[in-house]
Design a protein around this ligand. Structure first.
Ligand code: 3HC
Length: 295
């Protein structure tokens, strides 16, 4: 499919949104990225700056190309600037009500014929599509963290998604150099359906005295050749995100293996969201992460 996109909108410039913004700008598209306040916007843009500077330092990107990427990114606090986008990708927190409210506001602003997509990890794509006037042009585009590095894009087809919208998802993945897979609109799609219970089980194993946080992680790195242990990965994904995916999946499937273990709930309640907040199962304040005492 010849991809007819010039301008992409990204709603949210957090952990996922900043990465999606960067790869779309690197893919040659203009990107309008919207955040709720200047502080969050600046934080996300600073992350992009850092990644681009790193790429230039390593000789993977020329200074001119990095400047051109930066020049294609248009930060805003205003939904009205999404009007001219050919595709708008939602990358907000995993809160269905907040997403529905955003779509009700954004759908009438975005030009007719444009596509809308959600980067949700676990929530219903169909339910979000139904909040818009164009469910046939709505799809799930699930990127993985860090979006700049992880090769996968899950293209999620909801009940009303048209062939055209689904084809666009695959073409977009191809344009960005991603491996694409087709996933059904079930809770957790393919990867989180398998990966989330694995992380939760690793946490439960720790709670049950099977091993220390460090030993469980070291075990899976050296024993299964994973790039990162499951508990470090939980911190990396964000404990708030993991807990909210667990809650959605537990409700959907009714199986205990999807339930958030007690220590995960306690950490989230205490505001320890993992790497992004400086503490989770590990403490990130020192030179190297060390296992943190549980609350
Ligand atoms: N942003 C951009 N680039 C990054 C990055 C980031 N946050 N972190 C690392 N990188 C890049 C580095 O620049 C480096 O690039 P290079 O090869 O061009 O030099 C490359 O990634 C490797 O980085 P490092 O050498 O610093 O570190 P590692 O080799 O340890 O790799 C990792 C880091 C890529 C994060 C690796 O540990 C990994 O693959 N971990 C597993 C990640 C994973 O499973 N993600 C999926 C989570 S589930 C999910 O996202 C779904 C959601 O819905 C919950």
């Amino acid at each position: 499919m010849n991809i007819e996109i010039e301008r992409v909108g990204v709603v949210g410039c957090g952990l996922m949104g900043h990465g999606i913004t960067q790869i779309c700008a690197q893919g040659g598209w203009d990107v309008v990225v919207r955040e709720v306040d200047q502080e969050r916007l600046d934080k996300g843009l600073a992350k992009i700056e850092k990644q681009l500077a790193r790429a230039v330092e390593k000789g993977k990107l020329s200074q001119e190309d990095a400047d051109a990427v930066r020049g294609r990114i248009h930060p805003t606090l205003d939904y009205a600037e999404l009007a001219d986008c050919d595709l708008v990708i939602e990358a907000m927190t995993e809160d269905l009500e907040a997403k529905l409210e955003m779509w009700r506001e954004v759908d009438p602003i975005v030009k007719e014929g444009a596509f809308l997509a959600t980067n949700t990890s676990s929530l219903s794509v169909a339910e979000q599509a139904a909040a818009t006037s164009r469910p046939e042009r709505f799809l799930g585009l699930h990127f993985f963290n860090p979006a700049q590095v992880m090769p996968l894009l899950e293209v999620v087809r909801a009940e009303g998604t048209s062939d055209e919208a689904s084809d666009l998802g695959f073409a977009l993945g191809e344009h960005l150099g991603k491996t694409t897979v087709a996933a059904g609109d079930n809770r957790g799609f393919i990867v989180n359906r398998l990966l989330v219970p694995y992380m939760l089980d690793a946490i439960r194993a720790h709670e049950q005295g099977v091993g220390s946080v460090e030993d469980i992680d070291a075990g899976m790195i050296a024993g299964a050749s994973h790039p990162m242990g499951p508990i470090a990965l939980a911190d990396f994904v964000g404990l708030d995100t993991l807990a909210s995916i667990a809650s959605v999946m537990h409700e959907a499937y009714g199986e205990e293996r999807f339930a958030a273990p007690p220590s995960l709930t306690k950490l989230v309640e205490a505001g320890h969201f993992g790497r992004k907040s400086g503490r989770g199962y590990y403490d990130y304040s020192g030179e190297k992460p060390v296992a943190a005492p549980l609350p």
